[in-house]
Design a binder for this molecule. Structure first.
Ligand SMILES: [Zn+2]
Length: 323
């Protein structure tokens, strides 16, 4: 890549925007438009990470590292220069494409009764919730044509994983939930694999911006669990899309002292509960207060509410949670 190409990339990805997308928040303002906050590159206790948006540079007084947005991507994702460039290019190109895709699937939801019926079977009824989660439906066989009409190349759609190598829509008969930098699709046909993501990271904790406002958060396994709790009025809920937290999600949970309620599935084989136990250990090592919510056997939060559970019952389970 030429010098000019690098400058263009840096211009298109302002350092501050990129940092914010990785959940970095400024703690205080300095002179000349600079900001100071906790360093995302080392376990920082008091803000030592300085950002100069005008120059597009950062410097950490704690770990002594600094540079531009490319250097930041190298350090933060622990990759070499070419991979950092690839990640940044992908980040720049993917966001608008996923926006268009999510909007398209959002419109499809109301045009396909099988999708609405499936949501009702999973207990999702509130239009407010559907709007909040931007729930959509991928019928299959139509997103490729729509996106190409908007000017996206087939190669870009393949690279994003929205279209298969054979040229078909990757998401077929799936309820779709937009994530940050990804798209989760839940199959409504029992014969297909239930879960599908685009290649690449699943992103941070779901709707973390909202949940992190409070010091007590409920962490669930799946987006339907999230939906049930949100619909029942719990706003301090978040989801890791599985029981395994990626590095980013783990750092998010630990970014300040808080109480975390782990409400994982009570599967009959005990896998949800053993995942909760080991996660609880790791979180406690970081100084967090962790409580494990014991759901009735065979239940997850979604099925609990489906079988007539209500906010009061779930609140009692929270109160009874083991610390
Ligand atoms: Zn640092």
């Amino acid at each position: 890549m030429t010098r000019q190409g690098l400058d263009e990339l840096k211009q298109q990805i302002p350092l501050l925007d990129y940092l914010r997308a990785q959940d970095w928040r400024a703690a205080r303002r300095l002179s000349r438009g600079r900001w100071m906050g906790l360093c995302p590159l080392h376990g920082d206790r008091k803000p030592s990470f300085m950002v100069d948006p005008n120059k597009g540079l950062f410097y950490c007084y704690g770990c002594g590292r600094g540079g531009d947005v490319i250097r930041f991507a190298e350090l933060y994702h622990e990759v070499r220069f070419p991979q950092a460039l690839a990640l940044l290019r992908q980040w720049r190109g993917l966001a608008p494409l996923l926006q268009e895709t999510a909007a398209f699937y959002g419109v499809q939801l109301h045009r396909h009764s099988e999708a609405v019926i499936y949501l009702q079977q999973r207990g999702i009824r509130s239009p407010e919730l559907i709007e909040h989660m931007r729930i959509g439906y991928a019928p299959g066989g139509c997103v490729r044509g729509w996106l190409m009409e908007l000017g996206y190349s087939l190669a870009a759609l393949r690279q994003a994983g929205l279209v298969t190598a054979m040229g078909y829509d990757a998401y077929v008969r799936r309820i779709v939930f937009p994530l940050e930098g990804n798209l989760y699709g839940r199959s409504i046909s029992p014969s297909a694999p239930p879960h599908r993501f685009l290649p690449g990271a699943k992103g941070g904790l779901y709707c973390w911006e909202q949940a992190c406002q409070v010091t007590e958060v409920i962490l669930v396994e799946g987006l339907f669990d999230y939906a049930s709790l949100w619909q029942a009025g719990f706003r301090n809920v978040t989801c890791a899309m599985g029981t395994h937290l990626n590095g980013r999600q783990f750092r998010q949970l630990c970014d300040r002292p808080r109480t975390v309620y782990l409400a994982f599935d009570a599967d009959t084989n005990g896998s949800g509960q053993s995942a909760a136990q080991s996660l609880a250990c790791r979180l406690r090592e970081q100084g967090l207060n962790v409580r494990i919510v014991l759901l009735p056997d065979g239940h997850d939060p979604n099925s609990l509410f489906l079988q007539g559970g209500d906010a009061g019952q779930f609140r009692s389970l929270l109160e009874a949670a083991q610390s």
